[in-house]
Design a protein around this ligand. Sequence first.
Ligand code: PBG
Length: 325
Amino acid sequence: MFFPTYRPRRLRETPNLRRLVRETRLSVENLVYPVFVTHGTNVKREIPSMPGNYHYSVDTLVNEAREVAALGVPALLLFGLPDKKDEAGSEGYAKSGIVQRSLRALKKAKPDLLLITDVCLCEYTSHGHCGVLTKDGKIDNDATLPVLAQIALSHAEAGADMVAPSDMMDGRVDAIRQSLDMNGHKNIPIMSYAAKYASGFYGPFREAALSTPQSGDRCSHQMDPANSLEALREVALDVDEGADIIMVKPALAYLDIIAKVKEEFNLPVAAYNVSGEYSMVKAAAANGWIDGERVMMEILTGIKRAGADIIITYHAKAAAKVLGR
Ligand code: PBG
């Protein structure tokens, strides 16, 4: 295509003209705010590597949820910090577990705020891996599936509106779907971390969630950053098992994957703008090297432009404030 008379500048001349022809509209409705909840009361402890994000106890989280909802953000994604970790990660599915308690309190205080829960073992196991281990210390994929199904069910029973398995075990969407269906939760959707890469960008999260593996890494179940066809295969498997929303994670180094997944599958796509992506912006802005707010909006718009319908981001509150101006 070549237009000899086209002058791109004509459509950029004034702010209102730019508004009229803008192709991507980021909205507060696209955002999900991840939060970390811990035991105790009156706790609101800033996470050093993620300024502006905190460990909350249930009571302070309820206040935070009211604020988030008032800003128009539709959903929270909950991560739990258990009291005690053990080999099996048993607080993950305990009725009195920290996420289960938060769900009951949040549902009571703010019934219409959508509550999504992270379903994984790494926050709950003493060894910090995303599954149960065999005798020789490898993750036992198949033995982990019933545990994940039990965690998801316990979340649904406590009031979760959607579950989000982030473990990357093969077959977990199917296991979770069956356990939800058999126990009266046919209408609880699954947002699966379908294409999750083995990434250095999770660094601050592992500090925040105290979930760094005690030995080894997550390369046996998370994807090689060099692969994109593999992402489409991973997503296809999860779709086949019944995922309702498919996620790509991280977002920024994987915008091409978001675009491909959006094109290939006729399902809502979520992108996780992960901790390291957040912390880099905050650190550079704190040093005066970039305009943090401007870069935040540019990043979120870029993720949306790539094809994400849902953006999970630690910037959610700040971005909601900008969008509401
Ligand atoms: C695993 C999980 C991780 C993140 C979300 N869920 C960490 C990991 O896979 O190591 C990372 C999110 C982030 O970096 O913000 N339960």
